[in-house]
Design a protein around this ligand. Structure first.
Ligand code: ADP
Ligand code: MG
Length: 747
């Protein structure tokens, strides 16, 4: 039997644990319990962990550290831009303009997404665990910062799948630490409110949990995704550079650093930063520490400019003050947010490597009272231990000695974008999970073909798109009517924080359109491309008055195809479907620069197929049917412009050559006219259809040429009374809310 494992996929260090009789942290191949989250990509091999970290001095451009800081993020974010500056980040980070906001690490001319690199770390952890356990684990609980966004969680899940895990549960890191602590130190009848304070290398994560008899309830989460030990290292780095400048009288060291080769630059910054990190750790124990970096930098005269500085703890703590202020502010803000007084927190559990800094512990003591604050005995392992316990609870078929229950909560507020820039809050942060909310929504306009249900997140005052579900009028079963479709939207977050959106016509839940959102990547990109093409199309057709090419139909076809690119549950990309959508977007592009309407004959063919075949000879019928089928298929497929046009032209020639071309044309136009009037002018539509039927009967009966001529004249006379209405080209995608429609539930 393969055991399920718990994995702390840390920014700096990762650990993997398993729970058998006790919770065990598994050592890696190198015999260490912590695996540095470092990946070195060389042309002929990949190295992960300690060896990668050691070799990173020699290959700074090929070594990736702190990749967790980039996973699931947007390239344009200020914090990302700060992080990837060459003096902070040794490897190259780029975006792919064809994929907005994407992040790629560029090494050896290859591009890697952050999740690809996280997957390599996970693979190493799993391989090393296999040595200890006898078989490779396929089920795991992987921890993530409590403050991670949906996209970050999604990408972490993708990394786990890429590493070979088939069943994955994510668990907030502070909750994991609380579980480890609870199982170690609390008895069945203990009940308390616990604040977990997790200060690691890259993130500062806090959670308030209420624990009682094996039940863990997440009450609130807070922190800062960009605050951690790395920032302290950077602080020391900047201070040391300042000192060197003062000593040497140079106003800037940058020109000297920049005069180094790219590799030496990265070596210099990497080495100096490593020395700062080491000194920082030393200062947790000793009153002073040394920072050095020899033999890389030279001054303007070409002499070595070596760095050798002694830092005292007192100095260090002075520099640290702004960092401490930020920690204090965030901690107090979280307590205030849940209307707690600090007195109501019974215990503070400190985990994460940076919690070892005495000044950080002292700060927590000052805020909460020294007797409440506890440094976890294994601050860098508590998270992996908790994950292992939770993995056993979730995946083990055997009876476990203590049943634990976790009630998760929502990390951020969720909103739905409505028409006129309005927003409707769907779910409030800190709501217990799982939960769902139903909203009754309506298209805004009668001739609206599509709706885009866009969900926004508010994180630290900034709204950003979490994901969207598009649906078309036809999917709601209202193709023929001109009413504004009303439908139900269910927005659901399960206890694994996976967000499902489902929409269905009010009385037809079987016609459900659904998707798992918040994934980033391909699907949002395809929608963005479609949306911008449509905008162009509709602004262009506004100036035309006579006929509007069928952009609405194209949009519907493409949206319905985008929905199939990614499996709504497993997120697997269907490569063929992706190719198809890309081809459709290209065809749309051609259509934009052409005056032709590829759908011009679609309605015509359909009408003719419904009744006209009887008026054709066998040969005509076969020829027309074959062409019509191919044309309709090609138009519906919408991947090859030239093929649609060829078929359209052949079809047109075929129709012109029919024996009864004249009457057929009149009858088809009558049917189209009737169809257009069906909704608004039903009596006119009835009348037109009656005339159509009568004329058809006359034409189908043998002989009576005179009667046929009269019937044709009658139809044409009737048609002349009506003018074909021209649709106004528009592109709508907003929805409005039906008041008092919200029903929210805890599942
Ligand atoms: P993460 O969860 O981000 O992987 P960890 O909990 O493993 O982080 O902590 C790593 C961070 O803790 C690093 O920034 C490291 O420098 C810092 N750290 C480790 N030990 C100490 C120490 N004794 N004193 C101060 N900082 C430490
Ligand atoms: Mg951590």
């Amino acid at each position: 039997m393969t055991l399920a494992v718990g994995i702390d996929l840390g920014t700096t260090n990762s650990a993997i644990a398993v729970r058998r009789l006790t919770t065990e942290i598994l050592s890696n191949q190198e015999g260490e319990f912590l695996t540095p989250s470092c990946v070195l990509l060389l042309p002929d091999q990949n190295v992960v962990g300690r060896a990668a970290l050691d070799l990173s001095k020699l290959h700074p451009k090929n070594s990736v550290l702190s990749i967790k800081r980039l996973i699931g993020r947007d390239f344009a974010e200020v914090a990302v831009q700060n992080f990837i500056k060459p003096d902070r980040c040794s490897y190259d980070v780029e975006t792919d303009p064809s994929e907005p906001d994407s992040i790629f690490v560029k090494i050896n001319r290859d591009s890697y997404r952050p999740e690809d690199l996280s997957a390599l770390i996970l693979k190493k952890l799993l391989q090393d665990a296999e040595q200890q356990l006898g078989s490779k684990p396929t089920q795991a609980v992987v921890t993530v910062p409590a403050y991670f966004s949906d996209r970050q969680k999604f990408c972490t899940r993708a990394a786990a799948q890429q590493a070979g895990l088939t069943q994955v549960k994510l668990l907030p890191e502070p909750t994991a630490a609380a579980i480890a602590f609870g199982l170690d130190s609390l008895s069945e009848d203990d009940s308390l409110s616990l604040m977990v304070f997790d200060l690691g290398g890259g993130t500062f994560d806090m959670s308030v949990l209420s624990i009682s008899g094996g039940h863990f309830m997440e009450i609130a989460k807070g922190g800062d995704m960009w605050l951690g030990g790395d920032d302290i290292d950077q602080l020391l780095y900047d201070q040391v550079i300042e000192r060197v400048k003062n000593k040497t009288g140079l106003s800037h060291l940058d020109p000297l650093i920049h005069s180094l080769s790219a590799n030496d630059q990265a070596r210099f910054t990497g080495e100096l930063r490593r020395s700062c990190e080491q000194a920082k750790r030393e200062l947790s124990q000793n009153p002073e520490a040394q920072i050095e970096c020899f033999g890389i930098l030279r001054d303007e005269q070409g002499d070595w400019l070596d760095i050798d500085e002694v830092i005292t703890r007192e100095e260090f703590e002075q520099w640290l003050q702004p960092f401490m202020d930020r920690l204090e502010q965030l901690t107090r803000a979280l307590v205030a947010e849940i209307y707690f007084e600090v007195e109501l927190i019974d215990q503070v559990l400190m985990v994460g490597g940076s919690s070892l800094i005495p000044a950080v512990q002292a700060l927590m003591g000052r805020i909460f009272g020294g007797d409440k604050v506890r440094l976890h005995p294994r601050p860098m392992f508590a998270v992996a231990e908790g994950a292992a316990i939770w993995a056993q609870q979730n995946f083990s078929s055997e009876e476990v000695e203590t049943r634990l229950e976790i009630m998760h909560s929502v990390t951020h507020d969720y909103y739905l974008q409505l028409a006129e820039g309005k927003r409707q809050r769907l779910v409030e942060r800190n709501s217990p999970l799982p939960c769902f909310v139903d909203e009754q929504l309506q298209f805004i306009h009668e001739d609206q073909e599509l709706a885009c249900l866009r969900v926004l997140n508010e994180v630290e005052g900034v709204f950003s798109t979490v994901g969207e579900l598009w649906l078309s009028r036809s999917q709601l079963g209202q193709l023929a009517t001109k009413e504004k479709p009303v439908f139900n939207l269910r927005f659901e977050i399960n206890e694994d924080n996976i967000i499902h959106m489902r929409a269905w016509p009010l009385d037809h839940s079987e016609r459900c359109i659904q998707g798992v959102i918040a994934r980033g990547g391909l699907v949002p990109k395809l929608y963005t491309d479609l949306e911008s093409a449509l905008r162009k199309a509709f602004s262009k057709t506004d100036q035309k008055t006579q006929s509007m090419p069928s952009y609405q139909s194209v949009a519907r076809i493409i949206v319905e195809n985008i929905q199939k690119v990614v499996d709504p549950v497993s997120a697997q990309v269907n490569a063929d479907q992706k190719r198809k959508v890309l081809a459709q977007l290209k065809t749309l592009d051609i259509m934009l620069s052409s005056a032709e309407d590829p759908f011009q004959w679609v309605g015509y063919c359909q009408a003719l197929q419904s009744f006209g075949l009887r008026l054709m000879s066998q040969g005509e019928c076969a020829r027309f049917s074959e062409l019509a089928t191919h044309y309709l298929q090609a138009a519906q497929d919408f991947t090859q412009w030239s093929r649609i046009m060829e078929l359209r032209d052949s079809l047109e020639r075929c129709l012109q050559s029919l024996n009864h071309a004249g009457i057929l044309d009149s009858l088809v136009r009558t049917e189209i006219m009737a169809e257009q009037r069906h909704e608004r002018h039903p009596s006119e539509a009835r009348r037109l259809r009656l005339i159509l039927r009568n004329s058809l009967d006359v034409w189908l009966s043998p002989g009576e040429d005179e009667g046929k001529r009269i019937a044709e004249e009658l139809v044409n006379h009737e048609l002349a009374k009506y003018s074909i209405p021209t649709a106004t080209p528009r592109f709508y995608r907003d929805v409005q809310r039906l008041e008092k429609s919200t029903r929210s539930h805890r599942l």
